[in-house]
Design a binder for this molecule. Structure first.
Ligand code: HEM
Length: 349
């Protein structure tokens, strides 16, 4: 064992002690509570997505004539294909839920305030990329809803003044859904978006490492209690346990509620009900409530306001002198989000 260690050390002169020093930063006590370290959950699920996605890509054939059949083959004939496809689908859902919860934690604890404004904006880019990766993934199966969902999304893009037509033809690779559309979605889903997310994650975690996490004071904290604990191994164990629980949860969901196949896409038959995945319910309900252009522009405005929220918050607090104004606005926002999602889930059309 010693000889192997020496062999490696002579070629890679990094000692265990140096490595421990590099990774072992003191972690504030509040990160012992899982809801304060929810950011680790989407990171873990992202790795699950990469691994299961690579396995699925070995059999998936991205063209309108072959896609549906290749997904059917993965689901019913490839060994454990149904399992990896189902884990991929469930991990996508859980990842989006975890990001929303992480963002809510950051928001309601004011952890986006100076000096963390840039990291909030990087986080917003991660949120948008995750939603896009979910949308493009859903379109790859080439079911009725994949085809009509993509068509509806392209028509929504088209309602944006000036750039709408261009955005639509960029998305579809032509005026309408055609043979170029599915390969385009696949490249976005399996290459462009994951690579962008890896870069964004490196920036997100790099900034976090430079600044450290926000430190909070709690009323019930004993003054003589140590305020920090070690990242290695204490925090690493917490993350590993969360990872194990997630793996069990994913396996249970994949087994009890496996991914199924809907009807194959038929461009000549519009389905009675076109519904996106649950995480787009709120945007879809909004679109139904307002006319096309108003709905799209107001959605863009809301996303932009979320993007620059740290600066809006600073401005509002200075003008109103109400320190918790963001909490009240956040509660109204979450209420609206949950209300519209439930509304869309309950109605058939
Ligand atoms: C793939 C998605 C994301 C991953 C993997 C991720 C990962 C993380 C991790 C591991 C932390 C350390 C603290 C914690 O665990 O809560 C963190 C902190 C942070 N994240 Fe994210 N994040 C993601 C998305 C977002 C989003 C959508 C936002 C907001 C728009 C955001 C904003 C922040 C901010 C401001 C911090 C610093 C919090 C503090 O100092 O307490 N992140 N992120």
């Amino acid at each position: 064992m010693n000889a192997i260690r020496t062999w490696f050390y002579e070629r890679l002169p990094i000692s265990r002690l140096e490595l421990a020093e590099l990774t072992n930063e003191p972690v504030p006590n509040h990160l012992r509570k899982w809801w304060f370290c929810l950011g680790g959950t989407p990171a873990y699920l992202f790795v699950v997505q990469i691994v299961t996605g690579i396995l699925l890509a070995m059999y998936y054939k991205p063209s309108p004539s072959t896609a549906y059949e290749s997904v059917r083959y993965i689901t019913s004939e490839v060994s454990y294909g149904w399992y990896f496809r189902s884990v991929h689908k469930w991990a996508a859902t859980l990842m989006i839920a975890a990001i929303i919860l992480h963002q809510m934690r950051v928001y309601f604890t004011g952890a986006y305030r100076k000096p963390r404004e840039i990291n909030w904006m990087v986080g917003m880019c991660l949120l948008l990329c995750t939603l896009l990766i979910g949308f493009t993934g859903y379109s790859l199966v080439f079911e009725q809803l994949s085809f009509w969902g993509a068509t509806v999304a392209a028509n929504i893009c088209n309602t944006v003044p000036l750039v709408g037509g261009f955005a639509k033809s960029m998305l579809l690779g032509g005026e309408n859904y055609n043979a170029n559309t599915l390969p385009r979605f696949f490249i976005l889903h399996a290459a462009v978006l994951p690579v962008t997310m890896i870069l964004l994650l490196m920036i997100h975690l790099g900034i976090l490492r430079l600044q450290g996490v926000t430190e909070f004071e709690f009323e019930n904290e004993a003054p003589d209690e140590p305020k920090y604990f070690n990242f290695f191994p204490d925090h690493l164990y917490t993350e590993l346990i969360i990872g194990l629980v997630l793996m069990i949860l994913l396996s249970a969901l994949a087994t009890v509620l496996p991914a199924t196949m809907g009807a194959r896409a038929n461009p000549l038959v519009t389905p009675d009900v076109i519904k996106p995945e649950w995480y787009f319910y709120v945007a879809y309900r909004w679109l139904k409530l307002f006319s096309g252009t108003v709905a799209v522009l107001s959605t863009g405005f809301i996303v932009f306001a979320m993007f620059i929220w740290p600066f809006i918050d600073k401005f509002l607090r200075r003008k109103t002198k109400i320190d918790e104004i963001s909490v009240w606005i956040g509660m109204a926002g979450v209420g609206l989000l949950v209300g519209m999602t439930v509304w869309e889930a309950l109605v058939e059309y």
